[in-house]
Ligand binder design. Structure first.
Ligand code: HEM
Length: 352
């Protein structure tokens, strides 16, 4: 059963990368193309690894307690405020998709990424800043903000009940943060499946990665206006469900929590069952037509993604295993290493 699933998984990964190439030509040509694709993929990942120059325990000599300090900061902040794991997990996604995982999202100032409306509700910055302050005392100028973001998100998942993952470090901090780079690189809830696949592909992430990483919505919250497009206001000023794919009890609950004219600061849980726990409930909810965003619900409208949703809903361990692999890919997107970028002294500003 596991073998069958792994085979299906690999097939899906490959189909996403080269769907058209594999449909053409004779059997022999297809086999040849297939092996070229496989060997290119192997070379590509090898080159990425070498070029990326990230390594496990990168700070072993220069700052041995780095990961421990970050973990302690995430742990104590999360005990004081249980919404922190969700914030940190979203922060790494929005950082990595714009300019790569380089902490460009941490930079403050006029017209930086933070000022784009797509990032207005991103949080967790203060946790990264406090870890950085401690690290600057123990190992000045050594640990990048980009690594702190990636490790903090990794730890946040574990603290919320998810799997423990090893991730390589050695990312360097970027010098560029421009608001206009955000829109073209961040997924909107109204995106179709094809649009999401395309954007993820530009980051080297496959269709299965999209399904796995969407599982992040098993924790955290969302503002009422982020799923408002699933409802419309009737002549009496009451909300009415537009998107009939949504479970009606769930839709009623959302309309109660987020009635017409609700305060913009009001939020609902992404996962109505276990919002503080990183588990596979997101996928179980999806199968019960309780996906909060249209971009969640769409994952069961397509056979290729629905089968993965079912697998993850049925087997949390399988989801955790795949989460580890996809999270590793997410936190490797566009990383800067070697003499690229810098190690910031303060995450909020570049050194010069
Ligand atoms: C695939 C397309 C995705 C879309 C369209 C999307 C969209 C959103 C939106 C609109 C919110 C609510 C923001 C708010 O109103 O405060 C949200 C929350 C969240 N997203 Fe996503 N997201 C996507 C993928 C991801 C991925 C890949 C991750 C991480 C790996 C992620 C992690 C989160 C988390 C943890 C929250 C809760 C944040 C909090 O509690 O503050 N999302 N997402």
């Amino acid at each position: 059963m596991l073998d069958e699933r792994s085979h299906l998984w690999k097939t899906l990964q490959i189909q996403c990368i080269a769907p058209k190439v594999l449909k053409i030509g004779s059997m022999e040509t297809r086999t040849r193309i297939f092996s070229v694709v496989i060997s290119s993929l192997f070379m590509f990942s090898f080159v990425c690894f070498v070029k990326g120059s990230l390594s496990f325990n990168f700070y072993a000599a220069s700052c041995p307690s780095a990961e421990l300090i970050i973990r302690d900061t995430v742990s104590s902040s999360s005990s004081a405020d249980p919404s922190i794991p969700g914030k940190l997990l979203r922060l790494v996604f929005h950082d990595c998709f714009v300019e790569g995982c380089d902490a460009s999202l941490m930079l403050q100032g006029n017209n930086t990424e933070q000022s784009d409306p797509g990032n207005r509700s991103v949080g967790g910055f203060s946790v990264i800043d406090s870890a950085k302050r401690v690290l600057e005392k123990f190992c000045p100028g050594t640990v990048s903000c980009a690594d702190i973001i990636a490790i903090a998100a990794r730890d946040a998942v574990e603290i919320a009940g998810g799997p423990r993952i090893m991730i390589p470090t050695g990312r360097r901090d970027g010098m560029v943060s421009v608001a206009s780079n955000v829109r073209p690189n961040i997924v909107d809830t109204s995106f179709s499946m094809d649009e999401m696949i395309q954007l993820f592909a530009t980051k080297g992430l496959s269709l299965p990665d999209l399904v796995v990483l969407s599982g992040a919505h098993t924790i955290g919250t969302a503002h009422c206006n982020s799923f408002r497009d699933r409802f419309e206001e009737d002549s009496t000023g009451k909300l009415r469900l537009v998107d009939k794919t949504l479970d009606s009890d769930y839709a009623n609950m959302l309309m109660e929590q987020c009635p017409a004219g609700v305060q913009p600061s009001i939020k609902v849980n992404n996962d109505p069952q276990t919002s503080l726990v990183f588990d596979n409930m997101y996928y179980q909810n999806l199968l019960h037509h309780k996906g909060l965003f249209q971009s969640d619900s769409v994952l069961i409208s397509n056979d290729r993604t629905k089968i993965l949703v079912e697998d993850f809903a049925n087997d949390q361990e399988f989801f955790f295993e795949k989460w580890g692999q996809s999270f590793l890919k997410l936190t490797s997107v566009g990383v800067k290493s070697g003499d690229m970028g810098e190690i910031r002294i303060s995450c909020a500003s570049t050194n010069s």
